[in-house]
Design a protein around this ligand. Structure first.
Ligand SMILES: Nc1nc2c(ncn2[C@@H]2O[C@H](COP(=O)(O)OP(=O)(O)O)[C@@H](O)[C@H]2O)c(=O)[nH]1
Ligand SMILES: [Mg+2]
Length: 487
């Protein structure tokens, strides 16, 4: 009798602890964004790698769950959202740890990955009840360019055309755009639409956007899906462009023009893009996110020069619009977001010497906070950090003309790209001081001095899949984004 009673009590106890542990299991939807090449793929690959290999040559001293010993283990588990591509962790880590290490291939859309993190609750109440709880983290990688589209929701086709053409006519874009501008000036707006011609001109406009991004190093690319189409590549919804002649046409006639006219077709596609691409992204994805990290490569624009940097400033202010909640009716109707933590990270900090990290953070702060006066962030905790997801350089000092000069050392990427021969392309190390990062938004004198020399490095050789990748401040990233859910 006593045995049966004891068994029953045990059973009840187990059940209670199971229920309790279920109720303390936590879940985070973590979104990772940034403009193309800002380092999203490298970041997520490193974040997953740091967590699943925890304990193996790990340097996560600022991540409390690890530092204080209540982190147990993390593993990848199948994602719940079947309609979004899986983030290719395996591909990323294989590239970084290959015999000839290289950076993962660029991606063009949205992807997801789910992690389950086991930990031992340490908070006084829970620690007696259960030895183990689980934090599930759904990580979503999506292009920052998609956030640049948000302002379009407020615009009519006329307004969007005006804003877009104004940009195209200014330096530096005008140097590439003149021919396209001439062509669209010749369009007869009320003639029947010629789909081939619209496709051709849209392709030219898209080509311009690619050149702006990759040749001029510009950040404001709109519509964002044009260069990062995801699953929409080739669809007519990505075939439209601004119309240049609004000043000279009868606006009544424009309002009444139907969708089979040239201008009517451009307008119809613009509207459809706003509704079923932009709005849908905010409703379907953005509204689910709890926490967001925005990655920004500030170094490449510094290297490219004044116009590129000014464009980054504009892009960041546009991206921040997405976090301006509840202020203007349109945004709160589009989505009801619930992000409580927002981290801005200046990526690739291993491209500069360590004493430049503080100015880099201060520069990023300036970029963000100059537009803060008209943005209310009350409900969101914000942090800025300078990070390297995968540290590709080492730092030290050299003696130069009797002075101690800080330097970094790494293997240049160009060598790998130009040379397929494994033997001769290894160990092409260079040592340099890449330059000083300005603490404040750079002035004319900074640009005149052209003080910055940014070089792409290849990942370090000899990394292993089963060890933590070398990094800068990934532990502080984890601390900010996850630690409060693991107590
Ligand atoms: N040195 C260094 N380079 C990085 C780091 N993260 C990204 N990169 C470089 O930036 C490029 C773009 O990164 P990626 O993650 O593909 O950017 P994404 O387009 O935002 O996903 C890579 O190919 C690397 O050359 C980093 O932590 N350190
Ligand atoms: Mg990517």
């Amino acid at each position: 009798m006593a045995i049966i009673k004891k068994q029953r009590i045990e059973k009840l106890k187990n059940k209670a602890s199971e229920m309790l542990s279920r109720s303390i299991d936590q879940h985070i939807n973590l979104a990772v964004t940034g403009l193309s090449r800002s380092g999203k793929t490298a970041f997520i690959t490193s974040l997953v790698n740091q967590l699943i290999n925890e304990g193996n040559k790990s340097k996560l001293s600022f991540f409390d769950p690890v530092h204080q010993g209540n982190f147990i283990a993390a593993k990848r588990v199948p994602q719940k959202n079947y309609q979004v591509a899986r983030f290719d962790y395996e591909g990323g880590i294989t590239a970084l740890t290959a015999k000839q290490p290289h950076w993962p291939e660029p991606t063009h859309g949205i992807s997801e990955l789910r992690l389950a993190i086991r930990y031992q609750p340490k908070s006084s109440l829970l620690r007696y009840a259960t030895d183990m709880a689980t934090l599930t983290v759904d990580i979503t990688d999506y292009p920052g360019e998609w956030l640049l589209d948000l302002p379009m929701l407020k615009q009519t086709f006329e307004q969007w055309s005006d804003v877009t053409l104004a940009l195209l006519k200014q330096a530096p874009r005008n140097s590439y755009a003149q021919e396209f501008l001439n062509k669209i000036a010749d369009i007869d707006p009320f003639a029947p639409a010629n789909e081939e011609q619209i496709a051709q001109l849209s392709a030219e406009y898209t080509q311009l956007l690619h050149q702006f991004r990759h040749e001029l190093g510009l950040s404001v690319i709109q519509p964002g899906r044009f260069i990062l189409p995801g699953e929409l590549a080739g669809a007519p919804i990505l075939e439209f462009f601004p119309y240049a002649g609004f000043d000279d046409i009868d606006l009544n006639r424009y309002q009444n023009a139907d969708d089979t006219s040239f201008i009517g077709m451009l307008r119809a596609r613009f509207i459809e893009y706003k509704e079923s691409v932009v709005r849908k992204f905010y409703q379907k994805h953005f509204s689910r996110f709890d926490r967001q990290i925005v990655l920004a490569d500030c170094l490449n624009p510094l290297n490219k020069g004044e116009e590129s940097f000014a464009d980054l400033e504009l892009a960041i202010s546009m991206i921040l619009e997405s976090y301006r909640y509840g202020q203007s009716g349109i945004f709160s109707r589009v989505f009801s977001p619930r992000i409580d933590k927002l981290l801005f990270a200046a990526t690739k900090a291993d491209h500069v010497t360590p004493e430049q990290h503080a100015p880099l953070v201060s520069l990023l702060n300036q970029l963000i906070h100059q537009s803060k006066h008209h943005i209310s962030f009350e409900a969101i905790e914000i942090k800025t950090l300078a990070i390297a997801s995968v540290k590709a350089t080492s730092s030290g000092f050299i003696q130069h003309q009797g002075k101690k000069v800080p330097v970094i050392q790494g293997v240049t990427q160009q060598k790998f790209e130009q040379n397929d021969d494994a033997e001769s392309s290894t160990n092409k190390q260079i040592t340099l001081f890449p330059g000083a990062v300005p603490e404040k938004l750079p002035t004319q004198s900074y640009w005149q001095a052209q003080a910055f020399n940014f070089i792409n490095f290849a990942p370090t050789q000899g990394l292993s899949k089963h060890e933590c990748l070398p990094h800068v401040r990934m532990d502080q990233v984890l601390q900010f984004l996850l630690a409060d859910k693991m107590i």
